[in-house]
Design a protein around this ligand. Sequence first.
Ligand code: ATP
Length: 264
Amino acid sequence: VTREDATEDRKFRASYEDVGGLDKELQRVREMIELPLKYPEIFRHLGVDAPKGVLLYGPPGTGKTLMARAVASETNAAFLHVNGPEIINKFYGESEARLREMFETAQRRAPAIIFIDEIDAIAPKRTDVIGDVEKRVVAQLLALMDGLKNRGQVIVIGATNVPDMVDPALRRPGRFDRELSINPPDRPGRLRILKIHTRDMTTDSNIDLEKLAQITHGFVGADLAILCKEAGMNAVRRLLPQINFMSGISEEDLAGLKVSMDDF
Ligand code: ATP
């Protein structure tokens, strides 16, 4: 384990409790990933193929990364994060080598989850006009996935906002053969997420999370997380002159943020 990997793991720790409004999706992810990671012998015994790859798709900020991190943490699996555009651009010329290293590290540290964010950047449809780099990187990724031994012990999770843009070759059996759509939260989902992001905050009794959930239609998890953080910062600014630790975050602190209190 290199120091870099170890730091990554700590930075990416999350629990199932941190994921709101995605109960069904989380359950599916757990079945697809947690069970084979934990009980590979049962899959072998039953002759059931554990997935090698799972594709999560949906709008940005809905919790795809968070879910992947949570499954890794909860199963004590190593978590290796690959950013699609970064591997193409930042490591220009060494993209394939970086990918190979990732897979090698994952196999060495199995059980492991390789998370490829914005996978459409490295595996766009080959019929689209794409450069040589992308072509080589897709081919390398496919070869690495085909070559994965220890089914179930190394699982690749790909995330994308544009599933239709992903090379169909990637979605064949033995590659990313399970897919799950992660949608923006409904009202109860938003309430769960708001509760998660305010659970460690001190809030005044006039804060009504139910109402807030109602008027934040269209907000994804990431938006709600920012909303809570910004309200918290407003409270800091308001309270700092008096340093009054008896007060908490209040409705005033929410006013002026993306949500207008007129909506109440
Ligand atoms: P992207 O496609 O932009 O990478 P994503 O779907 O991977 O987005 P995350 O990176 O998981 O989204 O979300 C960003 C942050 O927003 C999370 O770290 C978390 O704080 C918050 N968040 C998003 N979705 C949820 C959720 N369902 N429950 C709780 N928090 C969430």
